[in-house]
Design a protein around this ligand. Structure first.
Ligand code: A2P
Length: 290
């Protein structure tokens, strides 16, 4: 079974989950069913903006694993930021997922508009109090955005999900989050999409073939992907590698029979160049209201 991390909400999150960005509803349904029923995953990470919450919902409904044994995350899209609009969007996500609660509800991106962001967080506090999200949090928040919520007083996010992989180790965010008991989750944990040219903000993956990672993997009989997943786990991060291929889904959870040495962890730390594969939080305001 996957180890868990206790969140500041008091609930616990499986440290490894399945990501489904860029997968269609049908691909998502198939991948999630395989992940849960065959490969042993207990955690799925989707978002309203991925357009595949219904695929996740169909997989949850068909699975033999009870809902309470699964951890489901979804995210509020930018265009729904604001108090009333966030509450309405949350209802819509629950409907698509076919569930009456999520384990984690996240703000997908910070906005340039701090006032609106704070009103969204008011709605998240209400959703959390209702019990319909067992925990709430944020994505792509820089220390400045976390500071806004700290200064607001009241509830703090349980997690900050940010782009994080060996080339973008996010030391400062991890430090600030740690000071406030906020768990950091890694998106694009393997360095992002393996297809070149997908999407405006994506670059082709060059980490999966990085020699340092494949060399380290060879010593353990593991792939570069498995080495990276261990690096996240051994750094106390929640990791959500994405794949729609069964053998990769199975491979990515087959990481609990080996441990990276301190020396190998340091070799991987040395790959941190600060290079992103996705959008910078300060640049992404797509669909945001004023
Ligand atoms: P696919 O779904 O076609 O398998 P991320 O860093 O965002 O998790 O992205 C990982 C990317 O690498 C995805 O595009 C995924 O594509 C691919 N991938 C996932 N797991 C593996 C693996 N074990 N080996 C090689 N490629 C992988």
């Amino acid at each position: 079974t996957t180890p868990t991390i206790t969140l500041n909400s008091g609930t616990s999150i499986p440290a490894l989950g399945l990501g489904v960005w860029q997968a269609t509803n049908d691909e998502t349904e198939k991948a999630v069913r395989y992940a849960i029923d065959e490969a042993g995953y207990r955690h799925v990470d989707t978002a309203a903006a991925y357009g595949n919450e219904e695929g996740v919902g169909r997989a949850l409904a068909a699975s033999s694993v009870p809902r309470e044994d699964l951890f489901v995350t979804t995210k509020l899209w930018n265009s729904d930021q604001g108090y009333d609009s966030a509450l309405t969007a949350f209802d819509e996500s629950l409907r698509k997922l076919g569930t009456d609660y999520v384990d984690l509800y996240l703000i997908h991106w910070p906005l340039q508009n701090d006032e609106r962001l704070l009103r969204t967080w008011d709605a998240f506090e209400k959703i959390s109090e209702s019990g319909r999200a067992k925990a709430v949090g944020v994505c792509n928040f820089e220390p400045r955005h976390l500071g806004l919520l700290v200064d607001r007083g009241g509830m703090l996010p349980a997690v900050d999900q940010v782009e994080l992989h060996p080339r973008l180790a996010q030391k400062e965010i991890r430090h600030v989050a740690g000071d406030h008991g906020i768990t950091v989750e890694s998106w694009s944990p393997l360095g992002g999409t393996s297809n070149s040219g997908w999407g405006r903000d994506s670059k082709p993956n060059t980490l999966l073939t990085d020699e340092t990672l494949t060399d380290i993997g060879a010593a353990y009989g593991k792939s570069a992907a498995q080495v990276m997943i261990r690096w996240h786990l051994q750094n106390g991060l929640v990791v959500i590698p994405k794949s729609v291929h069964e053998e990769r889904i199975a491979q990515n959870i087959d990481v609990f029979d080996f441990e990276l040495s301190d020396d190998d962890l340091q070799r991987i730390d040395a790959l941190d160049t600060g290079e992103r594969v996705g959008a910078h939080p300060n640049d992404l305001n797509i669909g945001a209201p004023d």
